[in-house]
Design a binder for this molecule. Structure first.
Ligand SMILES: C[S@@+](CC[C@H](N)C(=O)[O-])C[C@H]1O[C@@H](n2cnc3c(N)ncnc32)[C@H](O)[C@@H]1O
Length: 397
């Protein structure tokens, strides 16, 4: 039996606003890196706490931040991010790090429900519990989520007698995330735009090419650049323009380069048909290995170079094409520039690219189908030129 006092409880500090986000379970590491990259575009000091399984991020905004600004920040994050399901304003959190509860009774004894006092009166609400990851070893696990939701619902009513439960279309939704690492409870702020992005499938555009990447991953890649709205990115192998379209939706300007006349014409049709892409989205009919931009002028590259049967390398070996490209582009990249690249996992070229760019890198694997697992690589150019480079495990070589 675990005594109540032993369990580390976390009561909400009134001066700090905490929000939690449920990250997608498909690729939690990529999800938390995407989130961190977007947060780095905010010019504010925030504290991020990531659960050990990379599924829950708690975002704390300091007391000096006005409530209206914090809701603007959450709305900005939720409009950008792809690998998050929803965000909640946190009411309380329990950390199970040392003492995971063994029974339902023990679980509820860890919860300090004083945080559900003084909620907005006279409104309808629902409570939903989402279990993630490996189950916590608890008596009657099948009923756990229902029991917990109904316990918390009862607590809300006891402390706010004018509120009423309404499961269908309530005015407020409270969500508990339960994992073996802890419990997070809060009020739903919003769902991410993930489903909207998924619906914009590449085949629905005026011009479709089988090499087109799905818009969700394209947007994730744009987010990994950590660019702010108004900044510029380059896609040197832009194909039908998927990255440029997603960048435009985030207010990021872009330049796409494409060597195939028919495909660049298709990209032009796609951009023209999309009202969001505007005069800050440019296309260049040319060769990615012969770019003539100003030295140090590029702050981000997002690209999905040709491979497989759908897109042609025009007789070049992909590795040779990439090495030539990276040698050409190196002087054009500015300090702290990021290069986000998607290639098949079997192509082992990241160390060579890192050496050419003198960059550190992160690597994420993404299963696409039986015969393709993609590697998403994010290279980060150092602020000052350096002879050495970081490897993926972030140790000096
Ligand atoms: C995988 S596709 C890009 C797909 C794109 N991300 C999309 O979603 O539509 C790669 C593109 O690179 C183009 N390409 C091949 N060699 C090139 C080069 N040297 N310079 C510029 N584009 C090139 C191919 O014609 C192809 O359209």
């Amino acid at each position: 039996m675990v005594s109540k006092s032993k369990i580390k409880k976390k009561k909400q500090d009134d001066n700090v606003q905490s929000y939690f986000f449920l990250l997608s379970g498909e690729n939690p590491e990529l999800a938390s890196y995407e989130f961190e990259s977007i947060v780095s575009t905010l010019n504010i000091l925030v504290e991020l706490k990531i659960s050990p399984d990379n599924r829950v991020i708690v975002f704390q905004i300091g007391s000096n931040m006005q409530k209206t600004s914090s809701s603007k920040i959450i709305s900005y994050l939720m409009k950008r991010v792809t690998l998050v399901h929803f965000s909640c304003k946190q009411l309380f959190q329990v950390d199970f790090k040392q003492f995971p509860p063994q029974s339902f009774h023990e679980l509820i004894s860890t919860i300090d429900t004083s945080a559900v006092r003084d909620l907005i009166p006279h409104t309808s609400f629902s409570v939903f519990t989402k279990r993630i990851g490996e189950p916590i070893e608890i008596h009657k696990p099948r009923l756990l989520t229902q029991e917990l939701s109904s316990y918390l619902g009862t607590q809300i009513i006891q402390k706010n007698p004018t509120k009423r439960v309404k499961l269908d279309n309530p005015q407020e939704q409270f969500i508990t995330i339960l994992s073996k690492h802890g419990l997070w409870f809060g009020q739903l702020v919003s769902h991410s735009l993930r489903k909207d992005v998924q619906q914009r499938a590449a085949h629905k555009r005026p011009f479709f090419h089988p090499s087109s990447m799905n818009p969700l991953l394209q947007r994730t890649m744009v987010n990994l650049t950590a660019l702010k709205p108004g900044e510029w990115l380059l896609d040197p192998f832009c194909g039908a323009g998927g990255a440029l379209l997603e960048a435009a939706r985030l207010g990021i300007h872009s330049i796409g380069v494409e060597i195939n006349r028919k495909i660049i014409w298709g990209a032009y049709q796609n951009l023209k048909a999309d009202k969001i892409a505007n005069d800050q989205t440019h296309l260049i009919f040319g060769d990615a290995t012969q770019l003539s931009f100003k030295k140090g002028s590029i702050s981000a590259v997002v690209t999905d170079p040709p491979y497989g049967t759908a897109s042609s390398t025009r007789g070049f070996d992909l590795q040779d094409l990439l090495i030539t490209f990276f040698r050409e582009i190196r002087p054009l990249l500015g300090p702290k520039a990021r290069v986000v690249l998607a290639i098949p996992s079997k192509i082992e070229i990241e160390d060579q690219i890192a050496q050419i760019l003198h960059a550190s890198y992160r690597k994420f694997l993404q299963y696409v189908h039986r015969s393709l697992t993609r590697k998403i690589l994010v290279f980060i150019i150092p602020e000052k030129p350096n002879k050495h480079f970081y490897s993926d495990n972030r140790k000096w070589k």
